[in-house]
Design a protein around this ligand. Structure first.
Ligand SMILES: [Ca+2]
Ligand SMILES: [Ca+2]
Ligand SMILES: [Ca+2]
Length: 290
């Protein structure tokens, strides 16, 4: 069985690399609910869904991905509703070809986030290039990842998705899912801990996400707060701040957050959002952190 599986994997990789279409194309993986508040000790279910950036080119050779999570905050309880086959069930076209039975150690920190120490891989392939199959509803649910949030969890737990095998010529854009323990004393975006989420928090965040070590210049911080305390807090929370769902925490996220906290009518003006994201999805992501 192991031999058969490894041949399948090799075949899949070769198939992905054989393509000649070098146009930049996009496979997009996202969470149906990118931010959710959960009571510590409660169960969490994250639906991972999929679409292509260009709806006119929706059928591809497949997808391999890994899901990364923080096992100190999230206990993995299993996958449910895993997409097994696409258009031709049982014929070998558009099928799930591999799935880790249990989470593996992210020893090499493949997702670049030290807080996520475990990972789980899945892959689908269609030798006829017809995955996930016609007649599906977009975005296609790939699976539900189920967890229990640790009883003493403080601060957000982030789940990342990273592509391990995209269709030839395609790049993968994958957003994060963020689980916030409900009942926290401070909102995630209240980075100066004055008890309110205001434009000042947005300024502090944008400065830090732009790489600045000194972020309180010209601002009066709340009693007991210092530049280094706020910087440290932002560093510990920033994995939750990918509000444009492009899988990276950048100054763009800072700009979007600051605009929303300043009451701007359109937060995304002049910025390029990833496929599937809009002004409304960004606003919803920012509001979920308040
Ligand atoms: Ca990691
Ligand atoms: Ca504040
Ligand atoms: Ca981002």
């Amino acid at each position: 069985m192991a031999f058969r599986m490894s041949r399948l994997w090799l075949g899949l990789l070769a198939f992905f690399w054989m393509g000649t279409d070098l146009l930049a194309k996009e496979q997009v993986v996202s969470s149906a609910l990118s931010t959710q508040k959960v009571a510590p000790g409660g169960s969490v279910s994250i639906t991972i869904q999929y679409q292509t950036g260009n709806p006119a080119e929706s059928q591809v050779t497949g997808l391999g991905l890994k899901l990364f999570f923080d096992s100190s905050r999230l206990t993995f309880t299993g996958l449910t509703d895993v997409l097994q086959s696409g258009s031709s069930p049982g014929s070998g076209a558009g099928v799930l070809i591999g799935q880790d039975a249990t989470p593996q150690d992210d020893t090499a920190n493949l997702d670049g986030d030290a807080s996520t120490d475990k990972m789980l891989g899945l892959a689908w392939a269609a030798m006829d290039g017809n995955w996930p199959g016609s007649g599906v509803t977009w975005p296609v649910p790939l699976f539900k990842a189920n967890f229990t949030l640790a009883a003493g969890a403080v601060g957000p737990a982030v789940v990342h998705v990273l592509g391990t095998g995209t269709a030839s010529g395609y790049t993968l854009t994958a957003g994060n899912a963020v689980i916030i323990p409900s009942g926290s004393a401070y909102a995630v975006l209240d980075v100066d801990h004055d008890g309110q989420v205001t434009a000042t928090d947005g300024v502090l965040l944008l400065r830090r996400l732009s790489g600045s070590p000194t972020i309180d210049t010209g601002l009066i911080l709340f009693q007991g707060q210092t530049n280094s305390l706020v910087v440290e807090r932002i560093e510990s929370l920033k994995a939750a701040m990918d509000v444009d769902n492009d899988g990276q925490i950048t100054a763009t996220d800072g700009v979007l957050i600051l605009r929303q906290l300043s009451g701007a009518p359109s937060v995304a003006t002049g910025l390029m959002l990833p496929a599937g994201q809009s002004n409304a999805t960004v606003i919803s992501n920012v509001e979920a952190l308040k």
